[in-house]
Design a protein around this ligand. Structure first.
Ligand SMILES: [Zn+2]
Length: 251
């Protein structure tokens, strides 16, 4: 059985640590310090590092980690990295034998152009693409690209556990509730997340099913959202998405 632990880093990042009690893999180690600390405390052996995209807060711990633990690093083929790594592209299968884990690479451009997600049902590590009740900013890609990437993730099974890289859920929920104040699933989720955050627990993972019911960026064909944005019934979902993403930038 695999266990997924959050390693909080910086203000609101999570470095996810996958482990089977002996071996560990970390996703997006932006800071080596807290990863070293957990590995030493737990006695876990680091086996690999997975990188979703090239933002500093996702990669800045890599060089320090591999200087102590020379493990393979997997990173998107379409981005530049100045540390040794195995480039990965859409459809690639990564076999992590020590953990008996096989992950499929999904290219999900939008936040950055080369952004990838790592998927092994029921686990999804999607970096800064899909957030709980939100989505990543368009640093490099277009709204159309991000919309397509999110649509692709939305087609994964409803019980897929979504491990996003940031704790943005409460802010995202406030934005979503302005668009859909009567959405009961949203109201319930807000209550749950307030309780979790008050207890200093992560609001993650979320699930694809929960996101389909609550995340406005996956609900661009929803009438209430279109009406809140004063958009006509014929507005295509990609255009609704573009407008939503722009509004959220200034929220
Ligand atoms: Zn980023």
């Amino acid at each position: 059985m695999l266990e997924i632990l959050p390693i909080p880093a910086f203000k609101d990042n999570y470095i996810w640590l996958i482990n089977d009690g002996r071996h560990a893999v970390v996703v997006d180690p932006g800071d080596a310090g807290p990863v070293f600390q957990l590995l030493e405390q737990s006695g876990l052996t680091l086996e690999a590092i997975l990188i979703t995209h090239h933002c500093h807060d996702h990669i800045d711990g890599v060089v320090e980690l591999i200087s102590k633990y020379p493990v393979p690093v997997y990173a998107p083929a379409k981005e530049f990295y100045d540390f040794p790594h195995t480039p990965v592209a859409d459809g690639d299968l990564i076999t992590l034998a020590a953990l008996d884990l096989k992950l499929t690479v999904m290219e999900v451009p939008g936040h950055t152009l080369g952004h990838v997600a790592y998927y092994s049902q029921p686990l999804l590590f999607c970096g800064d693409t899909l957030f709980s009740c939100g989505c990543g900013r368009l640093h490099e890609g277009t709204a159309e690209q991000m919309h397509q990437s999110l649509q692709r993730l939305a087609q994964l099974p409803a019980d897929t556990l979504v491990y996003c890289a940031h704790e943005y859920t409460l802010n995202n929920l406030a934005f979503a509730l302005e668009l859909e104040p009567d959405n009961l699933a949203l109201q319930k989720r807000q209550q749950e997340v307030i309780e979790l955050r008050t207890a200093d627990k992560p609001s993650l993972p979320t699930t694809i099913g929960l996101e389909l019911a609550t995340n406005p960026f996956l609900r661009c064909d929803n009438n209430t959202i279109r009406q809140s944005l004063k958009l006509g019934e014929n507005t295509v979902p990609a255009e609704t998405f573009r407008i939503l993403r722009e509004m959220k930038n200034n929220y």
